[in-house]
Design a protein around this ligand. Sequence first.
Ligand SMILES: [Zn+2]
Ligand SMILES: [Zn+2]
Length: 327
Amino acid sequence: MIYRCKNCGGNVLYDPASKQMKCPSCDSIESQEMVPSQEPMACPNCNSPIEYRNFGSAARCGACGTWVLNDVMVSPPHKINVSIPFKITKYQAEDKLKNEFGQKLFLPADFLSAKTLEQLKGLYIPFWMYDYDTTVDYTGVGTRTRHWTSGDYRYTETSFFNIRRSMDIMYRGIPADASIAMPDETMDLVEPYNYNDLVEHDNKYLSGFEAEACNMPATEIEDRAIAKANEDSRGWIRSDLTQYDSLTMEHYNYNNRPVGGRSALLPIWNYEYRYNGKNYTFYVNGQTGKCVGTSPISKKRAFALSGILFAALSTAICGIMMFLGVF
Ligand SMILES: [Zn+2]
Ligand SMILES: [Zn+2]
């Protein structure tokens, strides 16, 4: 399906800056009508086949440039429950990359050039979000020590405490990415997202971006959410026991009771840069602007600079030798 402008027939896109649907051709706002695809994998505008990424739910038509949604992948049972629509525009994402990496030494000349930055694309990553009502029980022994000196003697007093803590914790929306293609570590680096911006998902947010439907079952990746909950629970217990100098745990028990869950899409800008036969991948969080990636080093530029350094050093050494009367 596509979102077509009722005024001019243009392709209406979601605009992160105004948080509205905007027609780039005639500038009208919220003028869209939804046009379904006749063929699921064909562009409703020019009928060319669309090359979706694996499990892709939105992409751009390579032939006419229209942003298309895959009707099947955005409808039940693939329909997404909640999403954080893009907040960072493409231009802002470019600026973030330039600020983060533009000052680095030895960058290849065309890294972050206008032409290569054209490839920067907005992508919605699918997540499952899990809710738990968790109970944590902790028992252990804590000590507190105090030292003092009296006359010639130093005294140490150690007090022992039997500790028992029980906590009820409500976890709502612990995320785990449900994309096979996206490395989990990368998503961990791009996080955190501010989940206060989650809204009920509307397919119009996808117009102008690429997207994937959830492509890993919620049950398969739940371990990652449970691990996050457990780590957080241990943190809560620890933060409640800071008054002790030492702790010996005797018993720790937790129970995460699942009470709900939903699918979500989170926004990310993706910049692929190819240099000397190697791919460099960069991400900008589409909500917060946080950048992740390692920039390539141009050997030519590194050699050029070390050449200058070497020349400067040689001059200095010559100067010293002349001073010593060697020449
Ligand atoms: Zn228009
Ligand atoms: Zn097309």
